[in-house]
Design a protein around this ligand. Structure first.
Ligand code: FES
Length: 105
């Protein structure tokens, strides 16, 4: 299991345990953090799973695709550390990852 820290929009941090192989979005949603809407269910078409990577853990997070990049451009809250959490599949090396849920667009 990986250890992940997720920070909600009120600044409350929650510790999450997640198995490798699921996406970061699924890990956050499984924890009941419903403010991460993930409306498209992980199809890279809604951008409501937007997070900021505060700390990447020891593992390298894969580069974003052109589709993810284009979709993030539609957000008013995009920052250099922005990612769509449905596009990050967890690997054991990502343990220690710390993310914050981005403001709603
Ligand atoms: S859940 Fe829709 S883009 Fe990630």
């Amino acid at each position: 299991m990986l250890q992940i820290a997720a920070i909600d929009r009120n600044g409350n941090e929650r510790s999450i345990e997640a198995p490798p192989g699921i996406t970061l979005m699924e890990a956050i949603r499984n924890e009941g953090m419903d403010e991460l809407l993930a409306q498209c269910g992980g199809c890279c078409s809604c951008a409501t799973c937007h997070v900021f990577i505060e700390q990447s853990g020891e593992g390298v997070i894969p580069q974003m695709s052109d589709d993810e990049n284009d979709l993030l451009d539609s957000s008013d809250h995009r920052k250099p550390q922005s990612r769509l959490s449905c596009q990050i599949r967890l690997t054991p090396e990502m343990s220690g990852l710390r993310v914050a849920i981005a403001p709603e667009d």
